[in-house]
Ligand binder design. Structure first.
Ligand SMILES: [Zn+2]
Length: 91
């Protein structure tokens, strides 16, 4: 049905995007725990952190890579450099 003066709607485009984050253990430092100042437990682990840009739930554009130490209990974290992480987890 066509009403005079009312434009016909065109195709509608939509995008679903997000910034998902992924954490994974660093094999070299697995099993080594540091002390967490926030919750007072020995539960800080070295992790590899990555953030992506995703479109329709598919991560395809990496935005940020870093190494972190993260507490497995309270979740507090801190970005560290490669040399700093080597020094912290030296056995
Ligand atoms: Zn903690």
């Amino acid at each position: 049905m066509c009403i005079p003066g009312v434009p016909i709607p065109g195709p509608v485009m939509f995008f679903i995007f997000g910034f998902p984050e992924f954490d994974s253990n660093i094999k070299k430092y697995e099993g080594v725990k540091l002390h967490c100042d926030r919750c007072n437990n020995d539960s800080m682990e070295a992790i590899r952190h990555r953030r992506f840009f995703s479109m329709f739930w598919i991560p395809f554009l990496p935005l940020h890579f870093s190494k972190r130490i993260k507490c497995t209990i309270c979740g507090s974290f801190r970005d560290v450099s490669k040399s700093e992480i080597d020094q912290l987890f030296k056995r």
